[in-house]
Design a protein around this ligand. Sequence first.
Ligand SMILES: [Fe+2]
Ligand SMILES: [Fe+2]
Length: 272
Amino acid sequence: MKLLFLGDVMGRAGRTAIIQRLPHLRKDWRLDFVVVNAENASNGTGVTGAHAKALLDAGADCLTLGDHAFDQKDMLQFIQTEPRVLRPLNYATTAPGKGARVFDAPGGRRVLVAQVLGQVFMRRTFSDPFSAVDKVLRAHPLGGLVNASLIDMHCEATSEKMGMGHYCDGRASVVVGSHTHVPTADAMILPGGTAYLSDAGMCGDYDSVIGMDKAEPLRRFVTGMAKARFSPALGEATLCGLYVETDDRTGKALHVSMFRDGGLLENSWPAA
Ligand SMILES: [Fe+2]
Ligand SMILES: [Fe+2]
């Protein structure tokens, strides 16, 4: 199966790039399943139902969220009507929506997607992500109930992400990090067959400070004083993520490649 994960969509620049380019990417790379992290798609904080629908219509099969899951209040309702949107599995127990789901892919294949929030350096810590992931992977063995599985590990620390990668090695097809908005260069297949990347990076304008117009963050760093609100940078976005090919029978990764398309960041595409 050919899977693409795209990191945090940042504001209008990120949405526009997804809407314009994802339909072509789906076709050109003959993608079977696309997961997009949408937690910053609406003005950089959260995602509205309308923007979530636009990303799904552009060719995302599943949207994951993150610590900003419900910053746009209408997502509290929308997620209950749209099962293709997932919030973190270990979010507050009272949160609406689900953190894991099995999706249908072409050819009768089945894909498990789950997202968890890490605990290290996060503003607010939720429950243990490792036991949450363990439970869901035990319930959906590769080569059994599902043909492939993808875990979106949403957190700050690369150490915690790597820990999750090894924890899932051989049990999930893909473990990919999101949240930091800067891609790491460690795409690999772990010894047990799990494709791994510490962070996918954002789908946003990189002439920015992690997706925000750089003026206000710079002012705050330099002077220690806030003068205005953060607002997303609006230049051309680089789409950033991870491309993975898996074996449908075993669910293990056969090939993994960084994906960066358009915008300021050095581009990188999977080998044809
Ligand atoms: Fe986040
Ligand atoms: Fe984010």
